[in-house]
Design a protein around this ligand. Sequence first.
Ligand code: F6P
Length: 333
Amino acid sequence: MHIGVLTGGGDCSGLNALLRGLVLSLVERHGLRVSGVRQGFLGLLEDRVEPLSPERVRGQLLEGGSLLGCHNKANPFAYFGAGGADCSERVLACAERHGLDALVVVGGDGTMGIAERIHRLGLPVLGLPKTIDNDLMHNERSLGFDSAVEVVSQALRRLKTTAASHGRVLLLEAMGRTAGWLALEGGLAGGADLIVLPELGFEEAELLQRCQALLARQGHAVVCVAEGAASVEALRPRLQAGLGEGVELRTLVLGHLQRGGEPTPFDRVLGSRLGVMGAEAVVARRFGQLLSWQGQGCEFRPLADVVGQPRLVPPGHELLRTAQGLGAILARG
Ligand code: F6P
């Protein structure tokens, strides 16, 4: 068998650990041939497919980014390079030209949506989960999430000391377009005084009042806001007006720092695990499935069950209750 592999959507830490596990295992253990597709599905639209050898992936365990490159706008069913037209037949033709028997697609919700449709068109696909948002359905922990939590947590620890020195209010914006997992777990790990999640919403008046109470009690406040709940830049003038001239407010959008750099040990192990288990799944022809991570081990889920809706923080989730127990959660109403 000849297997193609691509990393779709936005990048994250741990992708190269996964590629290392997958390629070493597919080639050296199972004797298969592997090609790398450059920049997600763009590589199949633009015919950028090249052999991927064990030599290329050795030594990549700790490297950030993706050695294959990523692209988060390359949707073959609405290709920007062709005015938004459906170019999925180009993907199938490219796979055929290179003699690919199957595709391993590493990605989040958007990428899995494409993967599922490509699989239905006849090119067998195995999905492997990665996204710092950790919002892929039926998947407890996505590759890259733990590394991003570490960045958020580290940033909050640093903000805490400077906020305390100056007696300031500091707002940190964590990524997470729809789901608040990263702000929640990063906020807990980093000791945020308040955490604001898209799932719960919030009232600005309540945020102001909680910041004032924190100032009165401890002299400073550090707030972790999920991107999907609010933009800290947009909040800044209104909150500053409410706090008054005497209180200094600062904001930080953490942005792509959360996606770059060396993966944590957890993500190195998860990446290796997904790579090696993914190779076994390929050999067993478990296509049309996501190899998901469920805390104690890997499980298969039909791609069709995974796509379409993001995995949000559910009401009553243990992490949410933990943050509530610490008095660190804002909620509307
Ligand atoms: O999906 C992951 C994510 O990191 C989101 O949290 C964020 O909104 C988005 O990617 C940003 O992507 P980019 O800036 O690469 O378009």
